[in-house]
Design a protein around this ligand. Structure first.
Ligand SMILES: Nc1ncnc2c1ncn2[C@@H]1O[C@H](COP(=O)(O)OP(=O)(O)OP(=O)(O)O)[C@@H](O)[C@H]1O
Length: 326
């Protein structure tokens, strides 16, 4: 039976800039007893590029599978595009493009034929406009020139782009990408990231998981950080990093003296690398710290506080390094 269409109030709530994804107490315990996701309250604003960050095994894929209605939560609730999942899967999923655990492709077919097949499997897709739709999607991901090549001859990056093209055959309000750059070389990563930015600039909300902090900083407007199935923090990337003090950085040829003076001035965690001395800034006027360096004869070439990174925020929140080992 068909799902009833979205009621107007629900649509209005989402269109008025409320969340595209919202979960409350979302929890998944697998049959073996593993608590993979534990009481997750996630809010993804409309129009954001939302990074879902966490080390391997922190529960990202399990969350995405619940959001897409692929598995049932043990408890709690998830709403996608303002509607409950998995109950409203049939109404919601046509508006969502997803790339989860690598695209399913036929290696013996060329890129174009893979997309034609994919489009033909969509009962809502008009067969008369199929070729044009496929050509547009190939163009969008930069695969027009390689469209006639067998998919098994594609690089991993090209396969990911073909998967994205499949997700883009229809206009989407939300794109969900699970580790879209996993296994790619730096060039492939750059291509996928710039594609994500481009898609987001059209107003599509993008939800992407990653275990790479710098990737999230480069492409995302918002982020949530997971560890061991629990949400540690979420918010705009700028706010997450702003909540943490940056490091004091002194550039000088006299690193030994500079390190000593900084310690005397109350700076903690003093680290020397090449011609840079970095430290946690002391609780005093930094002009005094600079003056003390100069008085001690340290030739200061640069002095300032570097903006905190998401990694600093993660370490400050968890007291641990961001361990990406699986
Ligand atoms: N089908 C399953 N049955 C039992 N346990 C599972 C199942 N799938 C995942 N898990 C466990 O749940 C936890 C979270 O896994 P999940 O795959 O969601 O994490 P992840 O953050 O996506 O990590 P990765 O990036 O490695 O996929 C892990 O401890 C994992 O071993």
């Amino acid at each position: 039976m068909d799902e009833p269409s979205a009621t107007e109030p629900e649509r209005d709530r989402e269109d008025a800039g409320e969340s595209v994804i919202a979960t409350r107490g979302l929890t998944k315990r697998y049959r073996g007893g593993q608590l993979a996701v534990d009481g997750l309250d996630l809010t993804v604003p409309a129009g954001s590029v939302f990074g879902f960050l966490g080390p391997n095994g922190s529960g990202k894929t399990t969350t995405i599978r619940m959001l897409m209605g692929l598995i049932e939560p043990t408890s709690g609730a998830a709403r996608v595009l303002g509607r409950p999942m998995p109950r409203s899967s049939r109404a919601v999923l046509p508006h969502v493009g997803a790339l989860i655990e690598g695209p399913a492709l036929y290696g013996f077919l060329c890129g174009r034929d893979n997309l034609l097949r994919y489009d033909a499997a969509d009962p809502t897709a008009d067969p008369r406009t199929r070729r044009a739709r496929v050509a547009t999607a190939l163009d969008r991901v930069g695969l027009t020139a390689a469209a006639g090549k067998k998919a098994k001859a594609y690089s991993l990056g090209m396969k990911q782009r073909l998967g994205l093209a499949a997700a883009l055959l229809q206009p989407r309000r939300l794109l969900v990408l699970d580790e879209p750059t996993n296994g790619l070389d730096p060039q492939g990563m750059r291509e996928i990231r710039s594609l994500v930015r481009e898609l987001a600039s059209d107003g599509t909300t993008v939800f992407l998981s990653s275990h790479l902090l710098d990737e999230i900083e480069q492409v995302c407007t918002h982020a949530a950080v997971m560890a061991q199935g629990r949400l540690i923090t979420q918010g705009s990337v700028a706010d997450l990093a702003a909540g943490v003090r940056g490091r004091l950085v002194v550039t000088t040829p006299d690193t030994g003296d500079a390190a000593r003076v900084l310690k005397e001035q109350g700076a903690a965690d003093v680290v020397v690398t090449d011609d840079r001395v970095t430290a946690e800034p002391p609780d005093r006027d930094l002009a005094e710290v600079n003056a003390a360096l100069v008085t001690a004869g340290v030739r200061v070439r640069g002095f300032g506080v570097e903006r905190a990174s998401l990694e600093d925020a993660f370490v400050a929140l968890t007291g641990e390094g961001f361990d990406v080992a699986g």
